[in-house]
Design a protein around this ligand. Structure first.
Ligand code: SF4
Ligand code: SF4
Length: 717
């Protein structure tokens, strides 16, 4: 089965599992508030800057710090082995176990050991390994891999856990949690007492003291590291920090971000071995072995883009807020590291090909970036993975034609859309397409589509009028959706600019913003589109450049600068162009004191709720300005729940993964419905297409409008 079909099958299996949906949905909803409470009184931005700084600089000196750690830990009696590969790490632990006649190992939670499939390897060598973390033990009994970095069995309900435990103890157990914990405790206690070796991970390794720090909630790591005569700590080299004080911000953020706790129940710091007190009262010397594992980490460190991922502290906060993880859980990712960050780690620690397939799952909503205590820009790294996959494998022929021939050539693009606009006629009613035939039917499942405009915005320019002695000449970047689907939004922009005594200028040479090309991993095609747009607006000689699409704004303002930074001829031009670019809501709010100087009609009773588009809120940091304008327009703003959650559009995502896009949209529609507002406003034409289409399909009385449309309607004529 091809990788793509295999993934589709796994997605469907996950979506068909009601237990999974229930468990993940409940957790995701409660996590956000609990995390916010845990961080109350803390300066998250300052803490995460410290973590990014300390972990980032430690990563750059990884090999040097490993040697420093070895020297200091060995001075305190530990033995430190630096393992280059997964095999080196496994062989060291096996040889140590065999040399000491170890038959039984007890383990506390360690993602590094999952990464190298250590349990399986030990079993092959005649050594039994028992997990002692409750979640890890459950999935070990179930024969599964962890679905979450912190809560490995989050995908299982308590009834399923009861079933698994019942099989283990050969007794029918109820799903009463205290009873199940009691069973686990009595089963595991035996294993602790009979183990010849304890294997743990570590959350932090301090080079200046040779200390490992382990944060847990169950106390099992204390028993694992103290009871058996030999303790092996398997530690990824990214856990190294230089100084003891560098551990502070990590210890403040890890429990808050991972499980919304201010502190974990147990914080264990180990500097050298401590003799073991045996049950008979005798004291036996302790061996402490620390395996510092590379397995792709120094390769990641040497990569100037991906080294940012080494700032990760494995809190899994990014999974907890990810809309795709919330639908699918972790097993779809097929690796021990799951979600967006898991995709990146998989590329370096396991298999680049697998990661190349997995990166498609990300909808680029950027929620993970907002909460990451390591300041890891996961969507940026996922995009880079995509670039590298395309650089290696090339693009399919259809995508090549689209990017290299169609999108840069507005005339050709325009004529093709004219043909499509005629072909759609039999399916259009009230400017919406509600059903499409045959293989296109999926496109209108769960939402209607807006019809292509009879007359694109670029053909309406001579109807817009001019402004005498304008304050500014404002270049308008329409983007594909406004130009060809929603030209009324362009007219609204013109009406508002006129009210502000500004002249709209629309250079006809402008092309697609390049985001579809970037998202396909076609960096060169995106750079060519960037040059075409920069040249078009330079020629127009405008004071500002505005767009009413935040995805286009983000591309024009940020992506062009990075796309062209190595190009001597274009880098400066890209920066000067970017300096003029503003998202339209932000531009209007700034120029009119939050809408106060616009000539607006008097107060209205219409109720409006607002949907934050991912790119506007998280990429551009704009969320208050459109709300200011809605209030200034005299409308009654009623906030919906989860206004900043993705609507499931994600550009071509909605076509590639309709089965994921749809449930996300349905949740958004439910939140809009519950707000009770008559209108849902937003600033992104893509969200408008998704949410407006969803409301239409559901026969809702609520209407979706772009903020510019709403504002233009409220202007005095
Ligand atoms: S990427 Fe950030 S949010 Fe995700 S696990 Fe790592 S530190 Fe936590
Ligand atoms: S950008 Fe959104 S979809 Fe992608 S990994 Fe982050 S949270 Fe998940």
């Amino acid at each position: 089965m091809s990788g793509c079909r295999n993934m589709k099958k796994k997605i469907q299996n996950a979506l068909d599992n009601p237990n999974l949906q229930g468990a993940l949905g409940r957790f995701a909803d409660s996590y956000v508030d609990a995390r916010a409470r845990a961080y109350k009184g803390k300066d998250f931005e300052a803490l995460r800057s410290q973590i990014a700084d300390k972990k980032g600089s430690a990563a750059k000196r990884m090999e040097e710090l490993a040697q420093q750690f070895k020297k200091n830990a060995e001075a305190r009696g530990a033995k430190v082995y630096i393992a280059k590969t997964a095999d080196d790490a496994k062989n060291y632990i096996r040889d140590l176990a065999l040399a000491n006649n170890v038959k039984q190992v007890i383990k506390s939670k360690s993602m590094a050991s999952e990464e190298i499939y250590l349990n399986h390897f030990l079993e092959e060598n005649g050594i039994t390994a028992a997990e002692s973390d409750l979640g890890e033990w459950i999935i070990q009994l179930a024969g599964e891999s962890p679905s979450h970095m912190v809560m490995p069995a989050i995908h299982l309900t308590r009834a399923e856990v009861a079933e698994i435990f019942s099989k283990e103890v050969n007794e029918r157990l109820s799903d009463d949690i205290p009873k199940l914990v009691k069973v686990a405790r009595s089963e595991l206690r035996e294993k602790f007492l009979s183990a010849d070796m304890g294997i743990s991970g570590a959350n932090i390794a301090v080079a200046e003291t040779g200390t490992i720090i382990i944060l847990t909630n169950e106390g099992n790591a204390r028993l694992t590291t103290t009871l058996p005569p030999i303790h092996v700590a398997l530690v990824g080299m990214e856990k190294l920090v230089e100084k003891f004080s560098d551990a502070g911000p990590i210890m403040e953020c890890l429990p808050r971000s991972a499980t919304a706790q201010q502190l974990t129940s147990y914080v264990t710091m180990i500097t050298g071995p401590t003799p073991t007190a045996l049950p008979d009262g005798t004291v036996q010397p302790k061996e402490l072995h620390i395996v510092l594992m590379d397995n792709g980490r120094t390769k990641m460190k040497d990569d100037e883009i991906f080294n940012e991922a080494l700032q990760c502290i494995r809190c899994a906060s990014c999974l907890n807020v990810c809309p795709i993880y919330q639908l699918l859980g972790g097993h779809v990712f097929g690796s021990v590291y799951t979600g967006g960050i898991g995709t990146v780690l998989t590329a370096f620690f396991n298999n680049f090909e697998d990661a190349g397939e997995l990166q498609n799952l990300c909808i680029s909503c950027e929620r993970c970036k907002e909460v990451c205590p390591g300041k890891v820009n996961i969507p940026k790294l996922i995009l880079e993975l995509r670039n590298r996959v395309v650089a290696k494998n090339g693009l399919p022929a259809g995508q090549k034609f689209l990017l290299n021939s169609l999108l840069p050539n507005r005339k050709l693009f325009h004529s093709m859309l004219k043909v499509a606009s005629k072909a759609q006629k039999p399916f259009v009613k009230d400017k919406m397409v509600r059903h499409l035939p045959m293989f296109l039917a999926g496109l209108t499942e769960g939402r209607s589509l807006p019809a292509l405009a009879d007359k694109p915005f670029r053909e309406q320019l001579n109807e817009l009028g001019t402004v005498n002695s304008p304050k500014y000449k404002v270049g308008f970047f329409g983007g594909c959706l406004i130009d060809f689907v929603y030209p009324n939004l362009g007219r609204s922009v013109n009406k508002i600019l006129k009210n502000m005594n500004m002249q709209l200028v629309y250079p006809l040479e402008q092309a697609c913003c390049g985001v579809p090309a970037s998202h396909m991993g076609a960096r060169e095609a995106a750079a060519n589109l960037a040059k075409q747009n920069i040249a078009a607006f330079e020629k127009a000689g405008v004071d500002y450049i505005v767009t009413a699409c935040p995805t286009c704004t983000a591309a024009l303002k940020h992506d062009y600068v990075s796309l062209l930074q190595e190009d001597k001829q274009w880098a400066k031009r890209a920066r000067e162009f970017a300096d003029k670019v503003e998202d339209f809501s932000n531009f209007v709010a700034t120029q009119t004191d939050g809408g106060k100087t616009l000539a607006l009609k008097s107060k209205d009773t219409t109720t409006v709720t607002y949907h934050d588009s991912c790119h506007l809120r998280r990429h551009l940091g704009i969320f208050e300005e459109p709300r200011q304008l809605i209030r200034a327009a005299g409308l009654d703003l009623k906030e919906m729940a989860w206004s900043d959650r993705c609507c499931g559009f994600g550009g071509s995502y909605t076509l590639r993964f309709p089965e994921l896009s749809q449930p996300i949209l349905q949740q958004k529609l439910a939140n809009i419905k519950d707000s009770g507002a008559e209108i849902v406003a937003m600033d992104c034409p893509g969200c408008l297409m998704q949410i407006g289409g969803g409301l239409d399909k559901a026969n809702s009385k609520q209407r979706a409008k772009h903020t510019v449309e709403l504002l233009a309607e409220r202007l005095n004529d």
